[in-house]
Design a protein around this ligand. Structure first.
Ligand code: HEC
Length: 171
């Protein structure tokens, strides 16, 4: 039948296009990235209902910024937005801007969980046992109060106390 073969052809073309799109997914195509995001937000990342017990005072946000300047800066930049991290986009998965909706749409408890456990098998490390719960909650506060992109300058090679001098003043 004519009509049927047309439909069959159309379906075959759709499959061919779909598999072509599949081949391009390296680095992850948009659809794939969105699916991973959905899975993380709704399935794999825990702590969704856990409330941050550390109050968002300027001092606590600043403490988070300080810890961030030591433990997170090399991959996320001082501003959490990849400023001065040339390889951020080349990792698979890439290092996201922490100001992006992808990250900000996590609950506080989920951000804590991510920092506690890291994200395997990406480069995002686990901090549980290295940082205290209070420090990790302060990091969550800093992520919620990120400074404008680029405003803190670029990270430099760690040499001891150099971050101290530029991260102690409050914003
Ligand atoms: C060695 C590099 C590296 C360091 C150090 C690092 N991260 Fe990450 N981070 C990554 C990568 C890579 C990702 C992307 C992970 C993914 O999407 O699977 C990421 C993702 C994240 C995310 C978002 C997760 C998501 O699902 O979108 C948060 C929040 C985060 N990091 C916070 C931190 C904090 C806070 C620190 C410091 C305690 C830190 N990171 C240290 C590499 C790093």
């Amino acid at each position: 039948m004519k009509v049927h073969s047309h439909i069959f052809f159309a379906i075959a073309v759709l499959f061919a296009l779909a598999s072509l799109a599949g081949c391009r997914a390296k680095p992850a195509g948009k659809g794939e990235t969105n699916t991973m995001n959905w899975i993380k937000h709704h399935v794999t990342v825990g702590g969704k209902k856990v409330v941050n017990p550390v109050v968002a005072t300027a001092a606590n946000v600043d403490a988070g910024k300080h810890v961030f300047g030591y433990y997170c800066v090399e991959c996320h930049g001082r501003d959490g937005q990849n400023t001065g991290v040339p390889f951020a986009a080349n990792l698979a998965p890439p290092v996201p801007s922490l100001a992006s909706p992808q990250v900000q749409s996590y609950t506080d408890g989920q951000l804590k969980w991510i920092i506690d456990n890291g994200i395997s098998p990406s480069g995002m490390p686990a901090s549980k046992g290295i940082l205290s719960d209070e420090e990790i909650w302060q990091l969550v506060l800093f992520i919620r109060h990120l400074p404008p992109a680029g405003s803190l300058g670029e990270p430099r090679a760690y040499t001891g106390d150099e971050y101290e001098s530029t991260t102690t003043e409050s914003k």
